[in-house]
Design a protein. Structure first.
Length: 191
């Protein structure tokens, strides 16, 4: 049996993520969301308590998904370079599935209220794991002896902005995109 309530709530969250990307979290009202859903604002509250609850659902679920993915990657027996390629693939996969949610993750996280500390903890842990993979790669001579924070910033800046680019493409082959990004971000552009 399908959980209609869960489905409607998910639909509301997806619609809200799109509105947040288009207008910005602060500018979107519950009335805007109700209109976009084709329902009365009062009916919206049968499914969701607040705009803050929606933002939390979007951002925390994505942050936890990244953290879970990173845990699998960092604990694998792969080389540092292979782990970096897996991180690129993780970002492509998550962003392709939810570009609007990724916009909220990148642009609206500071609006989280009681969950802000938890989100920042997840983000900090993710970045520390990323840096450790890079440092291990430098130590094992797989990665050039360059500032690991600069390497991470360069890769993450591109990966975090994929949500801007992906929706403009009619069809995205996630595997090919991850391979192309890994080629450029990890192997470089030298011939």
């Amino acid at each position: 049996m399908v959980n209609i309530e869960g489905t409607r709530r998910d639909e509301i969250i997806k619609t809200a993520a799109k509105l947040f990307k288009e207008k910005g979290y602060s500018a979107v009202t519950m009335r805007d969301l109700a209109t976009a859903m084709g329902m009365k604002a009062a009916s919206l509250y049968n499914h969701i308590n607040s705009k803050q609850e929606i933002l939390k659902a979007i951002i925390i679920s994505l942050a936890e998904e990244f953290t879970h993915g990173m845990d699998i990657i960092k604990n694998s027996d792969q080389t540092a370079i292979e782990k970096l390629k897996l991180i690129v693939a993780l970002h492509v996969e998550i962003t392709t599935k939810n570009p609007y949610g990724m916009a909220s993750l990148n642009n609206d996280w500071m609006h989280l209220e009681e969950q802000l500390g938890y989100y920042l903890e997840l983000r900090e842990g993710y970045e520390q794991d990323f840096l450790k993979i890079i440092r291990n790669g430098v130590f094992s001579n797989e990665i050039a002896d360059t500032n690991p924070e600069v390497i991470m910033f360069s890769i993450l800046s591109t990966l975090r902005s994929l949500y801007l680019w992906i929706p403009k493409k009619e069809v995205v082959n996630s595997k090919a995109l991850a391979q192309n990004l890994s080629q450029v971000l990890i192997n470089g552009i030298n011939k």
